[in-house]
Ligand binder design. Structure first.
Ligand SMILES: Cc1ncc(COP(=O)(O)O)c(C=O)c1O
Length: 495
């Protein structure tokens, strides 16, 4: 295989030059860290291998896909030495920062001692970590089962709910994303993420998404966010009862009346803020009412905290806390491990006991390396006060983006909480027609060329998703906002 080598000095020169020439009016914020030189196969070779040997469905972001070979905190480096501000954190996964020194050390210390035994032996790390994790949970949510991915966590939550209640039907929202395993694909409610397989919808009911921006009802005080939709209503923020929320709740009641066996549901799943669906927030009060309705019908309520957990939403450690209800099961992944494959399901001892009906086993779940990483991630969140950073920097970010929205008609909506933010691009603000894809891609690509990597989401792919490592600061926010401003100005609608 051909190797492309850059000397450290050349890399440094390239980094400086690239940053200056690409972004004269918005210089990249300074960073003391120097990206390491790239050593590895050439760009052309990587492309060739990808096409020849990796599954064809693998998404490559950008017209000219990036080769990223190193990262440090909120920064990523490509093979040519360019530095990028990472506003997507490996899809909402790098919570405390790329290669965070403390997490690196915890992992390398563990690697030097013990990698793996499975849980047939009592290795200490999983026990220490379980104590630390459940201490973050309210009420009797005190039993944890470690797995390796969000889909696995939701698979297990589905199993627990069905076993515990003896019921089959599970509700989720249209526009929800809960995973890609055959079991969770049924929960995920985007046609783009569903294969035409028999049985995936068995026992699954998708209900109307209570989306105050795109949905049937919404107003000027629905969202738990510093920024509201441009719709109007008569509700007073935030104490008044949200009328849009009530209307959506009545719609949910209709589903129970007409589509479900009376008193016999297994569960309802909800992301606390929809992630893949484009950072969609529900009207205040809705989830609390929905949870009561589900319980009155024999079911459990499952909070999917795969994206919203670990302080990202700023005000609370868990996204469900802002909705003022306590779930029966909480699933978590992504940010829990800062990029290490680690996920968990936390529930009550009573619900967990239904697993005694058979053997249940997961080879890698909670292995010593994952547990060491998970523990140090929790420590870093506390020591560096990342939750309050999310609140402060995230609120500032939302205000900057809202100000940008006043200047660009293509920004139809700005929403979110903490560092879980969405910017929806539209062709027509009134009709909310999604901005045509070539235009969206042009803006996105320009942002990348100017040094900022945003994510995208929503059914039409027209929502910029901003969920960076939780360590970013106001300079980064200013830079990212300026870059988005520039990119919108530079991108031509017909490209
Ligand atoms: C809310 C939510 N739940 C579950 C999953 C599935 O996680 P994984 O990709 O680790 O299986 C995702 C992944 O994006 C997610 O966003």
């Amino acid at each position: 295989m051909m190797s492309k080598r850059f000397t450290a000095q050349a890399t440094r020169l390239l980094t400086t030059r690239t940053n200056q020439s690409k972004s004269e009016s918005t210089p990249l914020p300074e960073c003391e860290h120097q990206g390491p030189e790239y050593v590895g196969p050439s760009y052309e070779q990587i492309l060739k291998t990808r096409q020849a040997h990796l599954t064809p469905n693998l998404l490559a972001h950008f017209k000219k896909p990036l080769v990223i070979h190193a990262g440090h905190m909120q920064w990523l480096y490509d093979h040519e030495g360019r530095r990028y501000l990472d506003m997507f954190g490996g899809i909402v996964t790098v919570s405390v920062g790329h290669c965070h020194p403390k997490v690196n050390k915890a992992l390398s210390d563990q690697i030097a001692k013990l990698w793996h035994t499975t849980n047939i032996y009592m290795h200490p790390k999983i026990h220490e970590y379980a104590e630390k994790l459940v201490a973050k949970m309210p009420g009797n949510l005190k039993t944890v089962c470690f797995v390796n991915s969000g889909s696995e966590a939701n698979d297990l939550a589905m199993l627990l709910a069905r076993l515990h209640t003896g019921n089959q039907d599970i509700l989720t929202f249209r526009n929800a994303y809960h995973g890609m395993s055959p079991y969770t694909m049924g929960l995920t409610a985007h046609s783009s993420w569903r294969y035409p397989l028999p049985g995936i919808n068995s026992g699954i009911v998708h209900v109307m998404n209570p989306d105050p921006y795109r949905g049937l009802w919404g107003g000027s005080a629905c969202r738990d966010s510093p920024i509201q939709t441009q719709r109007t209503c008569n509700c007073a923020s935030p104490a008044d009862e949200c009328q849009a929320g009530l209307a959506y709740y009545k719609e949910l009641e209709e589903v129970f009346k007409y589509s479900l066996p009376r008193g016999k549901v297994a569960a309802m799943f909800a992301e606390s803020i929809q992630g893949v669906g484009g950072t969609v927030q529900y009207p205040r009060g809705y989830l609390k009412r929905a949870a009561a309705l589900v319980r009155a019908n024999g079911g459990l309520f499952v909070a999917d905290e795969v994206q919203t957990g670990f302080g990202r939403t700023g005000e609370h450690f868990w996204g469900f806390e802002a909705h003022d209800y306590q779930p029966d099961i909480v699933t978590m992944a992504k940010g829990i491990g800062n990029g290490f494959p680690l996920a968990a399901v936390v529930t009550t001892p009573e619900i967990a006991s239904c697993l005694n009906k058979a053997l249940h086993f997961n080879t890698f779940g909670g292995n010593p390396m994952a547990s060491a990483v998970g523990m140090s991630v929790l420590e870093v969140i506390e020591e560096e006060q990342l939750q309050s950073n999310c609140k402060n920097v995230g609120t500032y970010f939302l205000k900057c983006l809202n100000e940008l929205q006043q200047r660009h008609d293509v920004i139809g909506d700005v929403r979110g909480k903490g560092l879980m933010i969405g910017v929806e691009l539209v062709a027509d603000r009134e009709k909310k027609t999604p901005l045509p894809m070539p235009h969206v891609l042009e803006i996105w690509e320009k942002c990348k060329d100017l040094g900022v990597l945003f994510g995208r989401g929503g059914l039409d792919g027209n929502v910029f998703r901003i969920k960076p490592p939780m360590c970013i600061d106001r300079n980064d926010v200013q830079f990212a906002t300026d870059v988005l401003d520039q990119a919108i100005k530079l991108a031509k609608p017909n490209n």
